[in-house]
Design a protein around this ligand. Sequence first.
Ligand SMILES: *Cc1c(COP(=O)(O)O)cnc(C)c1O
Length: 373
Amino acid sequence: MSIKNNFCDLAFEPINGLFPYQPGKPIDELQRELGLDNIIKLASNENPLGPSERVKKAIQNSLNDISMYPDGNGFYLKKALSEKLGVNADMITLGNGSNDVLDVIARVFLSMGRECIYSEYAFVVYSIATQSVGATARVAKARLPDELDAYGHDLEAMGKLVSEKTSVIFIANPNNPTGTWIEPDQLEQFLKKIPKHIIVVLDEAYCEYLEPQNVVDTTRWLQRYPNLIITRTFSKAYGLAGLRIGYAVSHPDIADLLNRVRHPFNVNSLGLVAAEAALQDDAYIDKSRELNKQGLQQLANGFEKLALSYIPSAGNFISLNVGEKAADIYTKLLHEAVIVRPIAGYNMPDYLRVSVGLAEENEVLLSALKKVI
Ligand SMILES: *Cc1c(COP(=O)(O)O)cnc(C)c1O
């Protein structure tokens, strides 16, 4: 006997319109599929240096703790972050990656009938988190390809979408997958105009890669804009993507709300000690930023030689225009043992996003590209 159940009819309606997040192809998977060796993955904006020695030692020293639940309040990591950032520990919310924090924000501030605003080409998790809770996304047109800051957030267009239903605005700075970056002055002008009952999420996943002279300490803005939530991660420059750890900095009352919804042990014990150790390793971050700067230049020069246009990036990745055969070029690159990221899902079907690797990895990518285009 078979019972036919249309589970889609049983699901919370908005879930039917969702598609699973498409991660970069794992190296193991390509190895299984094509039997290739020496695969290079430049698809998920990971730090090509691998974890810092300090982090590895901290993890080794904590291996015996994994039979115990982690500290659900992340006391020591929050303390370390609080000292590093100069904010009170009660302003910090830890997450299983900053994706987790974004999801928690959506669950606290969005619901059916409420609206959020983000830009075209903005990080896809905003749309997933929004739709998961049945809220409505209002997507602002990005800057046009021939405009200054092409593909970047158009804050004016975003501001125009504010309605009485708006509860949350998501801004990625720098944005993924475009690599575009909004200057702090412009951003602050925008914050000034947004009513204080609307939560503004500033996603700074790539802030460590910015040139130090361009960096403004946005946590200082929390005094003036209590509706601001800043999210950051240990997945990118800090080299801990596999451990899943990120955080939000906000007004303590917002942090309190986020902590009510957050899963009790959302950050694991190795992640906690690794992040704490990583915060102490400024030299690793400096090295990562420098390596990235050189890599961006190397890739940009290489793309120019191949007459490929690209979007100038403030992150650790570049999106380049390879034309309408992008999907085909992606597959051909896989056969050359190079994994990059197609971004057709972002409505950028002509583009591939490549993460900045080690100099030799960038070179392999450029040679493979030259071969397949
Ligand atoms: C990678 C990324 C994140 C963070 O991912 P986690 O690994 O969950 O911390 C957040 N925002 C943007 C824009 C990203 O590219």
